[in-house]
Each structure stands twice: as C-alpha cells, then as structure tokens.
Design a protein around this ligand. Structure first.
Ligand code: KG4
Ligand code: ZN
Length: 331
C-alpha cells in the first residue's frame, strides 16, 4: 500500500511517501528562520507558514518518490497533539486529498509517530521501553504494539527540549536551543559546574526540569564565570542524567530488553552516548532513530498511519485536530 503522510503539528511542514519497500521520500521544511528571532514558536506565524509551504512540500515529496497523486493509495496525517492552527493545515490538506480522490484516510497521534520512528530503521521486538523526549513532551512508555502504549512516567513541569530551549535563550544562543547547546557542549567540560539533579519523591518514573533551568538562571545572575562551552556541557549533563535515571529504573523494573529513545531531544549527541553506554552496561539494547527521524518528520507518521491502514483502520473525514491527545491502549 502506497501512502502519503503529512505532518504539521508544530513548526515543521513535512510530507512523506511510504510503500512496501519503506520510505520512498521524506521532506521537512523547517520554519526555524521564521521563529528564530522570537526565541520560540509563534503559533499564528507557524500556521500561516504551513499554508505557504504545504503544497510545494507535497509536490516535492511526490517528485522525489517518483510518483504522482494517481499512484497514492491512502492518506494519513497527524491530528494531535500540537498547535491547533498548525495541525489543521496538514490535516485538512490530507482530508482534502482523500476526499477528492476517494482514498482511505487515517489520522495519527504525533507521539505515536515518535515512539514508532525507530521501526523505520530497524526491527525492535515488542514490548520495548520508549523514552519520548521532545520540545513539548518528556514521557516514558511501554510500547506493547502499534496502538498499545502504557504511559509509565512523564515530566511534572517542563519538557527536556523546553529546558534546552529556555536555557539556550538565557545563554543568548539561537533557536531551537537544544542543537545550539549540543554543538557548544562538544568543546566543554561536563563537570565544570554541578547543576542540581531533581529526584522526585513520588512518581517513580517521572521527570522534572524546572529546577535545573532555575539553577542556570541563578548561576548567570550570580555572575558565573565559566566559559560558554563549559556551561553548555554542564547544563546538558544535568538534563541527560535526569533522563537516564528514571529510564534505567523503568527498564530494570519492567524487564525490558530494548530502550528506544525518540523525539527531537534524542538527536542530542551526549544523550545518545550516555544512554547507550549506561544502558548497554546494564544489559539493555539501546536504539535511537537516525537523526532525520528524531525531530519532527512525516515518515514516522507514515509508518504509524500505514500500519493502521493495513489493519483496516479508517477515520472518517469529520476527524478534527486535537491540541491535546493522550495515547493509551486505544490510540
Ligand atoms: O520532536 P521535535 O522536533 O518537536 C516536538 O514535537 O517538540 O523536538 C523539538 C525539540 C526542541 O526543543 C529542540 O531544542 C530539541 O528538540 N532538540 C535538541 C537537539 N535537537 C533538537 N535538544 C538537544 N540536543 C539536540 N541536538
Ligand atoms: Zn515531535
């Protein structure tokens, strides 16, 4: 089944074509230049930019895949969670194509896309432990099957990506901040500053990142003198440590064999090294999607949507965008 997938949940306009042979084309048009000067995503601008980019992105994706709309057999798109104005552009476009061509359509939960993205690159046996770390989410799931996810823990405050982005803003770095901090941290000393690690008394597998953000602010207010790469490396190390601890605990407690890390922050080079080293030493297989499938993309939505379409699932064209959309056993 050849599927066209569309993803516009936040600030990237993305489309992909997938068939029995895997991903035929996957294009992501970033809006970083639009939002960069504001140091964060401006929802109204994101939605307008999607309107400008969606058609060229789809046309280029079809061209890259060397197919035309006539060759597409089903359509899928993200319908939540995310910015409603952004979601609506991709979702309505997808439904429009499905309607005009009489094609089957299914909506996909963005988080499900991230959790399954690894399967685009390699097989992983179910159940696996999924750490989802992005700009909007930081949660742990037991991934039991496509459509069967058990949430084990979540952040109590900021998402890890948000902590990176806010930290970068305080340090006068560009947006999105995670990548900026990651780059500078490469030349820095991880032990230069000891930022506190939050450990929660309740919620075994929960996370908290507001404390580390506050301690960075306090450090800067106090006139901290460390070099920028050292501050970046130390701040990053604190976030990485706080991601590692609950994840390894959950993996041990649940007897998981594989830990899969996904979402934009899974592109972080230190997280990749540390999780792999610590996880492997504890006997777990640790897997990260390739970089292009860590941050937002439509290939992962295509994977999840295609799996659902193949087992006969359909949404009718009244499906609406949902700003919040939990995933659970029926997602
Ligand atoms: O998954 P994603 O593209 O969008 C959301 O669904 O949120 O994640 C975006 C987040 C941003 O907070 C960005 O700073 C972070 O991923 N990010 C990184 C890196 N690359 C992107 N964080 C740390 N290190 C990176 N290399
Ligand atoms: Zn995402």
């Amino acid at each position: 089944m050849r599927v066209l997938a569309i993803e516009t949940s936040c600030d990237d306009t993305a489309a992909a074509v997938l068939d029995d042979g895997g991903v035929r084309a996957s294009i992501v048009a970033s809006q970083d230049k639009v939002h960069g000067k504001y140091g964060g995503i401006v929802p109204e601008l994101a939605s307008r930019q999607h309107m400008v980019t969606i058609l060229p992105v789809i046309e280029r994706t079809l061209a890259d895949a060397k197919v035309g709309l006539d060759d597409i057999e089903a359509v899928t798109a993200t319908y939540g969670p995310g910015l409603v104005g952004s979601l609506l552009v991709g979702l309505q476009f997808a439904k429009g194509i499905a309607f005009s061509r009489g094609l089957p359509f299914v909506g996909v939960n963005h988080l499900e896309g991230h959790l399954l993205a690894i399967l685009l690159d390699r097989p992983v046996a179910f159940p696996y432990l999924g750490l989802l770390v992005s700009g909007g989410h930081t949660s742990l799931y037991l991934v039991e099957d496509v459509g069967k996810y058990r949430q084990l823990g979540r952040t109590r405050d900021d998402a890890a990506g948000e902590a990176f982005d806010k930290g970068a803003k305080m340090l006068g770095l560009g947006f999105p901040g995670g990548r900026e901090i990651d780059q500078r941290a490469k030349e820095g000393d991880r032990a230069a500053i000891r930022f506190p690690r939050a450990s929660l008394k309740t919620g075994l597998y929960d996370f908290s990142f507001s404390g580390v953000k506050t301690s960075l602010r306090q450090y800067l207010l106090d006139g901290g003198k460390a070099e920028l790469p050292d501050v970046c490396a130390s701040f990053q190390e604190a976030i990485v440590d706080m991601l590692l601890a609950p994840t390894l605990k959950a993996a041990r407690d649940l007897g998981a064999t594989t830990i899969v890390v996904s979402g934009g922050v899974s592109a972080n080079s230190r997280l990749r090294t540390a999780m792999t080293e610590v996880g492997n030493a504890a006997g777990f297989d640790v897997a990260f999607p390739r970089f292009a499938y860590c941050t937002d993309n439509a290939a992962m939505i295509g994977y999840a949507g295609r799996a659902r379409l193949l087992r006969g699932e359909r949404h009718d064209l009244t499906l609406n965008a949902a700003a919040t959309l939990p995933i659970g056993v029926d997602a």
